[in-house]
Design a protein around this ligand. Sequence first.
Ligand SMILES: CC(C)(COP(=O)(O)OP(=O)(O)OC[C@H]1O[C@@H](n2cnc3c(N)ncnc32)[C@H](O)[C@@H]1OP(=O)(O)O)[C@@H](O)C(=O)NCCC(=O)NCCS
Length: 176
Amino acid sequence: MLPTESATRDGRPLVLRRATAEDAEALVAAVDAVSRERAYLLRSRFHQPIEDEREFLARAAEEGRLVLLADVEGRLAGWVTLGRPRQDYRRHCAELGIGVLAEWRGLGVGRALMEVAIAWSAAQGLERLELGVRASNHRAQRLYERLGFVEEGRARRAVKDEDGRYDDVIAMARFL
Ligand SMILES: CC(C)(COP(=O)(O)OP(=O)(O)OC[C@H]1O[C@@H](n2cnc3c(N)ncnc32)[C@H](O)[C@@H]1OP(=O)(O)O)[C@@H](O)C(=O)NCCC(=O)NCCS
């Protein structure tokens, strides 16, 4: 299934592949850049030490996690992670997180990442994918809905931005 080769909506080469330890630095920088936009992720920066990230990536496969990267013209454009809850009774589930760098949004990269993540999950025998999305993040919600995710609930005012404005966090899930 991986790697896959396709193209962005404007015709640039798009490769989706599993992350390796060598991607640690670029991935930390990418997650930090999207975090610093302070609008989408549930953190405002990402300061993971590179060595810790290398470990995290090196152990992903043996721990049943997926860290999938999208390269556009050889540059890291986005990622999707599927985390696996540790509790026995939650082993049929995975928690999804996704980000595409601002420069590459709206070109089909997020959709491509999601489609492979869903296919990978089904192939692993997982039954349920879960995620949380800020209520103000309509683009992400639309993507999830088009791919079969359904709203399950809402944590009201769960996020408070620096300017004092609140946001809800919507819980969404998709059965496989
Ligand atoms: C949300 C995100 C992952 C979507 O990825 P993307 O590569 O920009 O989106 P795509 O080009 O693949 O488009 C996917 C869908 O999103 C929707 N979409 C794309 N651009 C949009 C826009 N500007 N406004 C509204 N919806 C939009 C469309 O419904 C599209 O569906 P389609 O393929 O049927 O046309 C990406 O924009 C992103 O990383 N944003 C910032 C971080 C973030 O929000 N992460 C998710 C946190 S829960």
